[in-house]
Design a protein. Structure first.
Length: 315
């Protein structure tokens, strides 16, 4: 739990704070605002649907804000110009171009809120054209998957199998509850798109869910805990806890000579390994199949060779 603070101001360069109490820093419930600590502008966030894309995760926001504060934290809002943002993109983009784009998107949301409240005349980020992003191409082969699976804990094995079979994101898999296990399949309420997807039962999926149930029973989930996956203490996995477990697994894999991959790459494997691109797109809950094709289907296209025919005789 985090203490969420919302900030108000008496003048554009003198910001004061008022606390709204504890919250879970949920993007759908709070607002991103500019704030000041000892007279300097800093960035405090939690995010609303109108000012920040719902897909942003609390841990992601905190990390992005920390980097933005290091650069823009001493600057009054009106002094932030497009040239400063371009310089940020250039420098940060040398090592992390995708992260730089996300951080500037967050800065833009903050500045747009300041425009709305009358503390900025214009959003300087609107004058900045962010560099394009190349889609990730990392494909996890079957042999790599099997090798890492053998090194994983039973809980991570279940999570990996669920990711490939269902194509769902890590957060949606962590939040999967016992009530989401239905007669027709597994029901996922995707947080990013607010869509509901029922992944129908297959023999493999039933076996994975049964393994998860057995693990849950042995670990004795604490009273009131409804998630299918629980830690050894009987509590739901947090984002940071799951990521820590995944990073430990990747370090173990590297020691055996295997190459790292992200848990999100398993979502891409689910899309890539499906012969039917339309079915893959539906499973991933994408409104536009182009998104699936561009970002998640990472195997080369398979095409048939040209069938030569007898050339027509010249007349």
């Amino acid at each position: 739990m985090h203490s969420s603070r919302h900030y108000i101001t008496a003048s554009p360069n003198n910001w004061g704070q008022t606390s709204y109490g504890d919250s879970d820093l949920n993007c759908s419930r709070h607002s991103i605002e500019l704030a000041s600590v000892t007279g300097t502008v800093t960035l405090i966030a939690a995010g609303t649907r109108s000012s920040l894309r719902r897909k942003a995760r609390p841990a992601s926001i905190i990390g992005q804000l920390a980097r933005l504060k290091d650069v823009f934290g001493q600057m009054p809002p009106a002094s932030i110009k497009a040239q400063h943002i371009y310089e940020y993109l250039d420098r940060r983009g040398r090592s992390a171009p995708v992260a730089a784009n996300r951080e500037v998107a967050l800065l833009s949301a903050v500045c747009q809120a300041a425009v709305r409240w009358g503390y900025l005349e214009a959003n300087p980020c609107r004058q900045v054209r962010k560099p394009g992003e190349k889609p990730r191409t990392r494909y996890v082969t079957d042999s790599e998957y099997d090798a890492v699976l053998a090194l994983a804990s039973p809980n991570l094995q279940v999570a990996m199998d669920l990711a490939v079979l269902t194509g769902q994101r890590q957060g949606d898999i962590r939040r999967l509850s016992m009530a989401d296990i239905g007669k027709d399949g597994l029901r996922f309420c995707t947080r990013k798109s607010d869509k509901t997807v029922i992944v129908e039962w297959s023999t493999d999926l039933r076996q994975v869910v049964q393994r998860a149930r057995s693990l849950r029973k042995r670990r004795v989930a604490k009273f009131g805990i409804q998630t299918l996956l629980v830690t050894k203490n009987g509590t739901p996995y947090t984002e940071s806890g799951f990521q820590s477990a995944w990073q430990r697994l990747m370090m173990k894999a590297e020691k055996t000579g295997l190459a790292r991959f992200t848990f999100h790459d398993l979502r891409a494997k689910s899309a890539s390994d499906d012969y039917d691109p339309r079915e893959a797109s539906r499973r991933l809950a994408h409104a536009d199949p182009v998104t699936t094709e561009r970002h998640y289907r990472r195997l080369p296209a398979r095409v048939r060779p040209l069938k030569k025919t007898e050339s027509p005789k010249a007349t």
